[in-house]
Design a protein around this ligand. Structure first.
Ligand code: E4P
Length: 216
């Protein structure tokens, strides 16, 4: 299972990358705005900065919602750096754009996916990744992890190559649950990743080992 970090914060990307377990980065317009990255030139530069930190796929989202606009932005983003994956929303024009971009050899991440039907369309269009938002589903009393399992099962039946990228992860248990149901990738903020490190018995055990080592 691949680990992506879901942030546009360069310090957090560096910290996760330094752990040695990072396979890529996802961003979205809200995450870019949170870091105060505004204006096309700054946004494009920021994507390049991210690519220069991490050796892996970096999702950069289009803003356009019409076919021609999505293609124009996608080609611009893809030309920035070989690691860029173009994030396209799950709308009618987005599906058409994913099909076209795939035919042009441009990698895509179909975002804002909330159902198995949407995930089937993304796979049929040839998306590199499909991003079901599990935290936002949980927020409305719907089982996000169950959707990951359902999509992974459907894809395996038909050998779809689209990778299931579990997004909108809120805590460490989401990561473990997604691993159990066959997610290909999890993208999460830094805290849930670091949360996987923690166990009180590890801390107690280490403290005792170090204390015993000091005894004469
Ligand atoms: C996915 O790629 C999105 O950037 C992200 O996971 C959304 O998460 P949120 O629901 O916490 O905003």
């Amino acid at each position: 299972m691949k680990f992506f970090i879901d942030t546009a914060n360069l310090d957090q990307i560096r910290e996760a990358n330094d752990l040695g377990i990072l396979d890529g980065v996802t961003t979205n317009p809200s995450l870019m705005a949170k870091e105060g990255i505004k204006g096309e030139e700054n946004i494009l530069k920021h994507y390049i900065d991210i690519c220069n930190i991490v050796d892996g796929d970096v999702s950069a989202e289009v803003i356009a919602t019409d076919f021609a606009g999505i293609i124009r932005e996608a080609e611009n983003l893809a030309a920035l750096h070989p690691q860029i994956v173009v994030k396209v929303p799950m709308i009618k024009e987005g599906v058409k754009a994913i099909k076209y971009l795939t035919s042009q050899g441009i990698k895509t991440n179909c975002t804002l996916v909330f159902s198995a039907g949407q995930a089937i369309l993304a796979a049929k269009a040839g998306a590199t990744y499909v991003s079901p938002f599990i935290g936002r589903l949980d927020d409305v009393s719907t089982d996000g992890v169950a959707l990951i399992g359902q999509i992974a099962h459907i894809y395996s039946l038909y050998n779809f190559e689209t990778q299931v990228l579990a997004a909108s992860i809120r805590h460490s248990m989401h990561i473990i649950s997604c691993a159990e149901v066959g997610a290909d990738v999890v993208t999460c903020p830094l805290d849930p990743i670091l949360g996987l490190l923690k166990h009180p018995l590890t801390d107690i055990g280490l403290e005792k080992f170090l204390a015993d080592h000091k005894k004469k």
